[in-house]
Design a protein around this ligand. Structure first.
Ligand SMILES: Nc1nc2c(ncn2[C@@H]2O[C@H](COP(=O)(O)OP(=O)(O)OP(=O)(O)O)[C@@H](O)[C@H]2O)c(=O)[nH]1
Ligand SMILES: [Mg+2]
Length: 170
């Protein structure tokens, strides 16, 4: 059966591994360690098989992202909304991938992540203003508010992945 590759990226500590693990295991996963090379795992939803490439976010490992970008059907960017001092760095990395010609026809999902603390809501506005997603033309970019503490939102997110691929296929 065909496996649809998903590239998950963002700077270190954004919450990529916790997010993907919690979606896959359908429960809250905490205590993740920094990712040192791609975590490649399988996820099945609505009879569609995904191969998830969870990237290492630390600066010294970002060179390997290109391996994740190649042949990906969906790119998922994870932003830690709580970490506003690093929005600029995060945006730079987001735009690098967005500007890579290999991603030209690939839909993006932008996760405003860690939406579970008091500061999350305030920071969300800051993040939306900073990233200006609506200004990005000619690209399919969906945005979601996610949190590993909110299982319901993760289940919805998971089913959306299948919908996106179905849209691509038909
Ligand atoms: N409050 C809150 N914390 C989260 C959430 N998701 C992840 N975290 C925490 O954020 C920290 C970093 O999570 P990771 O998933 O390891 O981050 P990462 O993006 O994979 O980092 P690298 O592998 O270094 O690129 C951990 O302490 C997680 O428990 C969330 O939704 N809410
Ligand atoms: Mg990780």
């Amino acid at each position: 059966m065909e496996q649809h590759k998903i590239f998950v990226f963002g700077i270190d500590q954004a919450g990529k591994t916790a997010l993907i693990s919690s979606i896959r295991e359908d429960k809250l996963i905490q205590g993740t360690k920094p990712t040192l090379s791609f975590n490649i795992t399988k996820l099945i939803t609505k009879n569609i098989v995904f191969q998830i490439w969870d990237a290492p976010g630390q600066v010294s490992f970002r060179d390997v992202w290109i391996k994740g970008i190649k042949r990906a059907k969906i790119n998922i960017f994870v932003l830690d909304v709580l970490d506003s001092p690093r929005f600029e760095e995060a945006k730079r990395e987001f735009e690098k991938v967005l500007d890579n010609p290999l991603t030209r026809n690939v839909p993006f999902i932008f996760c405003f992540h860690k939406m579970d603390l008091l500061e999350s809501q305030q920071n969300l506005k800051k993040a939306r203003d900073f990233f200006q997603l609506s200004q990005i033309r000619h690209r399919k970019i969906l945005s979601y508010e996610t949190s590993i503490m909110k299982m319901e939102s993760l289940r919805k997110f998971k089913s959306t992945l299948a919908d996106i691929v179905l849209d691509i296929m038909w």
